[in-house]
Design a protein around this ligand. Structure first.
Ligand SMILES: [Zn+2]
Length: 356
């Protein structure tokens, strides 16, 4: 039995999202996700080729980019419009690729809540027409706030989200490094490792509202890729969280938590495997896919340099046109090809191949 026996192709919402994550947890695989607008099609292509469900997400900055860097974003208007545009794009094309997609928005810190509010409004409007939300899932990241406030704000939003069939991803403990202007490079080391009691506090608060949530716990994760040796990842800690929650629940449910792995780029295959064994159902891979996207374009520009200096005239003759080299469909496609390969590699590391 594969994923398509459980959920349909296209964007998933409501209990279908949980069914997919439950299946992933049971079969010990996870689904990577990538951020950005122009890479959506390449990600879907990779997922289709290897028969894998996939997560597509937009970050606040990625969403603004989707709408266009020329737009003002002082009230998050570009991030809201871009996220909505990306969602409609994914909804329109995903079915053609025949793969189930979880459509997600990434980290939303307290100061970015107007972005979250804008997306939620779009979900409610979409729900009024289609009986499902526009997105599958959103992340709230109040990990920099005190624990009580973090949980309270998540619960408050989750009460509004759950009836629409929206999944909530929240973060407790801090992902180190820097991403999209949120700089956690100076954060105290102990905060980079979430404690089991913190996870349990989240679980008790949110499970009263709906079972459709996941927790991004910190286990030494850092956004971005750095020199080996600077990052001390401890995915084995995730099993402690599962066992702690299992015991609190009276042993009735094995691995009760849906866990999320942030800062997955640059991790070893062994670390990824341990994380998946311990109930990680989603791993964010952004930095590595950004790099992959560049590589194809960079190599093309370097290899075809003689064809890219003027519109007419190349090593084959002074009157030869270069249009078939400088057409964006040619060189952007080269980036897509290397990205497709990298997404396939990430899916393979996570055991997410031949799952449909
Ligand atoms: Zn992250």
């Amino acid at each position: 039995m594969g994923v398509l026996d459980i959920v349909p192709p296209g964007v998933l919402t409501g209990d279908n999202v949980r069914k997919l994550f439950e299946y992933a947890k049971e079969h010990k695989f996870a689904i990577p996700n990538v951020t950005s607008s122009s890479v959506v099609n390449a990600v879907l292509e990779a997922a289709r080729d290897i028969k894998a469900p996939i997560i597509i997400q937009v970050s606040q900055g990625g969403a603004a980019f989707f709408a266009g860097k020329g737009l003002p974003n002082d009230k998050q208007q570009a991030s809201i419009a871009g996220a909505i545009a990306a969602a409609h794009h994914v909804r329109t094309v995903a079915k053609e690729y025949g793969v189930p997609v979880v459509l997600h928005s990434d980290h939303c810190a307290k100061k970015l809540l107007p972005w979250f509010d804008g997306m939620l409004k779009a979900d409610e409007e979409y729900y009024a027409q289609h009986k499902e939300p526009l997105f599958s899932s959103h992340m709230l990241d109040l990990s920099e706030e005190p624990k009580e406030e973090n949980i309270a704000i998540c619960a408050q939003y989750f009460k509004r989200m759950a009836p629409l069939g929206l999944w909530l991803e929240m973060e407790i403990g801090i992902t180190g490094g820097e991403e999209d202007g949120v700089d956690n490079t100076g954060v105290d080391n102990s905060r980079l490792y979430t404690q089991p009691q913190d996870i349990w506090d989240v679980y008790t608060a949110l499970s009263q509202i709906s079972p459709n949530f996941s927790i991004a716990a910190a286990f030494g994760n850092v956004h971005g890729v750095y020199k080996p040796g600077n990052v001390h990842l401890h995915p084995e800690l995730l099993n402690k969280h599962q066992l702690y929650a299992e015991e609190k629940l009276g042993g009735k449910k094995k691995k009760p938590l849906f866990l999320v792995f942030h800062g997955g780029s640059g991790s070893t295959k062994e670390e990824i495997k341990t994380a998946v064994q311990n109930g990680v159902v989603k791993m964010n891979v952004d930095t590595d896919t950004q790099w992959a996207y560049l590589c194809g374009i960079r190599d093309f520009i370097q290899n075809k340099s003689g064809y890219l200096q003027t519109q007419v005239g190349n090593p084959e003759g002074a009157d030869k046109p270069n249009k078939k080299y400088y057409d964006p469909r040619v060189w952007v496609r080269e980036g897509e090809k290397t990205l497709v390969q990298r997404v396939k590699e990430a899916c393979t590391d996570l055991g997410n191949v031949d799952r449909l």
